[in-house]
Structures are given as C-alpha cells and as structure tokens.
Design a protein around this ligand. Structure first.
Ligand code: NAI
Length: 307
C-alpha cells in the first residue's frame, strides 16, 4: 500500500498511544489534536483540579468545532465530541502514566530543572521504544535530553497557541536525534493534519527567533518616542500585511512570556548572549512588574477591560 511505501522510504515507528504531560493551555491543545487524529491519549497533570481545567479547555474547543461542522445536527455534534473524548484518559500518576506510550509530549512549566526531573523519571518508567518530545519554547532540547539515557529518541515538538487552529509544528532535531525518531515525529505531525518544519536545536527555533526580536524592536521604537503603539500596529497591519500588529501580538502571547524569553537569551542564548537585539527593555519590565501581562490579565500595551 501507499502507506507501506512511505514507511520504506523514511523508516517510521507508529505512534498510536500518546502521553501528554501538562494539561494547561498547550498540553490541552496537544491532547485534543492527538485524540482527534485517533490516538489513545493520556493527559497528565499534578492535581485533579489542573486536569479538570484541561478537560474544560478541550471540551469548549471541541464543542465550537462541532457546532460549525454539524450546524443544526445536535446529535451528530454530540457524538463527534463524545468519540474524541473517549480517546482521552486522565492521570495524576506522573511518569507511571507513560508505561504504554509510543510518544511522550511534555508541556509543563518552562523550567529546565523541573523538565529534567520529569524526563529522568520517564526514562525509568517508559518502554524502551517510547519517543520523548518537549514543547519548550526557549530551552535547549539537548539540555533537557541530558537527563535521559535515550538522547537518540529525544526531540523538540513545538506547537503554537491555539494548538487546534495553528497549522505549524516545529520539529527540532538535536545532534543525537535518530532518523527514525525524526521521521516518526514528522509523520505524527502530518497525522494530526499539521504542517511540520524542521530545524536545529537553536534558540527560538525558527518562528520565535524571528518574531521575538521583531516584537522587541517595536517596543524600542515606542520607548525612543518615535511612534505610538497604535501607529506601529496600524503600520505593520496595513503596510506589511500582518494580521496583528506587534503590540497586539505581544499582548496575546503574554508580556511575561516575551520578557522570560529575551531575558533567557540575553544572559545565556547561543549566539544571542549580550546582544542589543534581545536586551531588556524598561517599558516591558515596568509593565510586567505592574502585573500588566497582556490579554490574560486584562491589560498590557492595551487595556482590554474597557472593551
Ligand atoms: P500552562 O502554565 O498553561 O500549563 C502548564 C501545566 O503543567 C499546568 O497545568 C501545571 O500544573 C502542569 N505541570 C507542572 N509541572 C508538572 C509535572 N511535573 N507533571 C505534570 N504536569 C505538570 O503552560 P503552557 O502555556 O501550556 O506552556 C507549557 C509549555 O509549552 C512550556 O514549556 C512553554 O514554554 C511551552 N509553549 C508555550 C506556548 C504558549 O503560547 N503558551 C507556545 C509554545 C510552547
């Protein structure tokens, strides 16, 4: 069959059982799209409360999709949601939740030590064939993989928010990632109906490496008093064809996240350390210190509470 030929061309390992760590914004999305592709998915978090939040995110997203897909057919919509939810299992058992996994995707807090601790435990608990992937945005994949004895079976799988809507996945290969693992992850992305791109284990991968310095340069234009926030956004939307201006986008991403990423690169990023391109900004730091984090807090560069 065509599938068999594809397998022969670039050896892949089937991924049918997926365990996702973290049921937050990203983890819930990854659980959802994996379940929609027909995988058996275990969603893992530290408390039942966190899992309930993840389930809520998934249910409301699925219901929206079902409403569009089934319009007036309420029974059809319900069975669509039920079938996908039936593929999702929940656990607070930590690494023990991965004993049947073909693939583990980690989407927990952005902290190297915490991620290494999880993967060290997973390395003990998961079968030998299990592929490990991290959804980290700013950490080096090889540094996380160091906590395991399976660096050849470790890669980055970087999704974008909101996961069900955003087509792209960056598949990050370290020096040690094997061909089979890399090809299996590309195939997994296609099974999820995503478009994979690949890159080396370099700060920001492709998207954030370009996007974050661009956002920071927009902040600096305003800091230097050269143009207003609203005019910079209008300029980039109408003059460069971007769907959101840089300040709207920064508010959407979260100003704490933008700050976290540049601070990490400025102090410690391969090829970026100490560069003006990722230098701290007073305007950004002041907003974050005041708890103005963007949309999620009701105010960032713009005030959302008033709207
Ligand atoms: P979040 O804060 O919404 O969710 C993280 C979840 O992980 C929480 O529910 C927390 O309870 C859980 N968790 C913490 N430690 C755990 C452990 N040891 N085991 C199981 N669960 C644990 O975070 P978010 O935004 O979903 O980000 C997760 C990861 O995805 C981070 O590495 C982040 O850098 C990355 N990422 C985030 C994007 C975004 O736009 N927010 C985009 C792409 C990647």
């Amino acid at each position: 069959s065509a599938a068999m030929l594809a397998t022969a061309a670039g050896d892949v390992q089937p991924i049918k059982n997926v365990t996702v760590f973290g049921s937050g914004l990203m983890g819930a999305g990854i659980v959802q799209v994996s379940a929609q592709a027909g995988c058996q998915v275990t969603m893992v978090d530290v408390t039942p409360d966190a899992l309930a939040k993840g389930e809520k995110i998934i249910l409301s997203s699925l219901k929206r999709t079902a409403k569009k897909k089934y319009a007036e057919d309420a029974a059809g919509a319900q069975s669509f949601v039920d079938q996908i939810m039936a593929n999702i299992h929940q656990s607070t058992e930590g690494a023990q939740a991965a004993t049947k996994a073909d693939l583990v995707v980690e989407a927990i807090v952005e902290n190297l030590t915490v991620k290494q601790k999880l993967f060290a435990a997973l390395d003990e608990a998961a079968p030998k064939h299990t592929i490990f992937a991290s959804n980290t945005s700013s950490l080096k994949i090889a540094d996380i993989a160091e906590a395991t004895q399976r660096r050849d079976r470790f890669a980055g799988l970087h999704f974008f928010n909101p996961v069900p809507q955003m087509k792209l996945v960056e598949v990050i290969r370290t020096r040690d990632t094997s061909d089979v693992v890399f090809n299996s992850l590309l195939q997994f992305c296609r099974d999820l109906k995503k478009a994979p791109v690949s890159c080396k284990d370099t700060p920001g991968f492709i998207v954030n490496r370009l996007l974050v310095p661009y956002l920071m340069e927009a902040v600096r234009i305003v800091e230097r008093g050269e143009a207003s926030i609203a005019d910079v956004d209008t300029a980039m939307k109408l003059g460069a064809g971007y769907p959101m201006g840089p300040f709207e986008l920064a508010d959407f991403v979260g100003l704490d996240t933008v700050k976290f990423i540049i601070d990490g690169w400025y102090t410690n990023g391969d090829g970026l350390k100490g560069k003006e391109l990722v230098a701290p900004s007073k305007l950004l730091n002041d907003l974050v210190a005041a708890g103005k984090l963007g949309r999620k807090s009701g105010e960032g560069f713009y005030n959302y509470a008033q709207k």
